[in-house]
Design a protein around this ligand. Structure first.
Ligand code: ADP
Ligand code: MG
Length: 321
């Protein structure tokens, strides 16, 4: 099978149509009037971002999902993707399943595959770029958090991290088939001050908002939504998954208390869980525990559990560890 017949067989379902589609040197994207193009890219490497034996259907699905999650975190409406695929071999069964998973999520979110690149390489690597549209002044940045904002998340955290450590658990699907919060992201664009999608663990990703906005935060750990399976774990283990696990693909956003009320009145059934607040300073806290005095190191983010400071190594997942 040549590179060209591979593209024709597996990745050409969306043929060129006014320049939009696979087949020419470039695809042409025209944003609707008064909208801007929002773009992102994410790479999945076999053995690093997913276990080597992950089902190819799930890999195709997830490679797109993680990008749509980035678009959701800006409040954008997804439009199209590019796919750069590096394959160790041309395995027809693998390609068939991979492209089925990829097109499944494209159909779910009305997204077209408009081009890409295909190469041979020893390590299976999938890089997807995604494009979306939105009204320019509505983009929700990381830098917009304000003192007094409520910090919210859109759903349960730590489930994918649990699934990674417990293969074939009932939470496996949360790891393999993350659900990008695309519709919610677009609603929040009218209400939130700052937003990020939780891909590397809440502590690290919320940390990006705090740094970009130059504010601090208090988290009330007992308010973090957890799957019932995580609720049965020792609290510290559950928090390690929720704060430093990664692969959640929920949205974390900050919103004024007024806007939170307006949002809830206008959209009463949205999954929105307040878990903390944005604070002014990073006061030094000390903690007396078992007669030893500990200083809380991370002064930007202070975690409380039932009113007590909860010392946790909340570094999140760092790709260069
Ligand atoms: P070029 O040599 O001009 O870069 P290619 O031969 O790599 O073009 O690709 C031919 C066409 O197929 C282009 O429209 C490109 O966007 C598309 N394409 C290549 N690989 C993929 C892929 N994995 N998925 C979708 N489209 C692809
Ligand atoms: Mg060309």
């Amino acid at each position: 099978m040549s590179e060209f017949s591979l593209i024709a067989d597996y990745f050409s379902r969306h043929a060129p149509n006014d320049g939009l589609g696979v087949g020419d040197d470039c695809a042409i994207i025209t944003p609707p009037a008064n909208q801007v193009l929002v773009a992102c890219a994410d790479t999945l490497i076999s053995g690093r971002h997913f276990p080597i034996d992950t089902a190819p259907h799930a890999i195709g699905y997830k490679a797109v999902a993680v990008n749509l999650s980035d678009l959701a975190a800006m409040g954008a409406r997804p439009h199209s993707i590019l796919l750069a695929l590096s394959l160790p071999s041309m395995d027809k069964a693998w390609l068939g399943e991979f492209s089925r998973g990829l097109y499944e999520i494209c159909d779910e979110f009305g997204v077209q595959l408009i081009g890409g690149d295909t190469t041979k390489s020893p390590t299976l690597t999938i890089s997807v770029s995604a494009f979306g549209f939105m009204t320019a002044d509505k983009a929700v940045k990381r830098s917009g958090a304000k003192i007094g904002d409520v910090i919210c998340v859109s759903g349960q955290l730590g489930s994918a991290a649990f699934a990674l450590q417990n293969p074939n658990s009932p939470l496996q699907h949360t790891l393999d088939y993350p659900v990008p919060q695309v519709a919610l992201g677009q609603i929040l664009a009218d209400f939130a001050h700052a937003m990020i999608d939780v891909s590397d663990g809440l502590a690290q990703d919320l940390g990006h908002i705090l740094t970009a906005s130059d504010v601090g935060a208090e988290l009330y750990l007992e308010q973090i939504p957890l799957h019932p399976l995580l609720q049965t774990l020792p609290f510290e283990t559950a928090m390690r998954h929720a704060l430093a696990g990664g692969d959640d693909y929920q949205l974390c956003f900050t919103i004024s208390p007024d806007n939170l009320e307006k949002l809830k009145n206008k959209h009463p059934n949205l999954p929105i869980f307040p878990i903390g607040k944005i604070t002014k300073t990073r006061t030094q806290h000390t903690l007396i525990q078992n007669n030893t005095q500990n200083t809380v190191q991370n002064l930007r983010l202070i975690c409380y559990h039932k009113g007590e400071i909860f010392p946790i190594n909340a570094a999140g997942f760092n790709h260069f560890d």
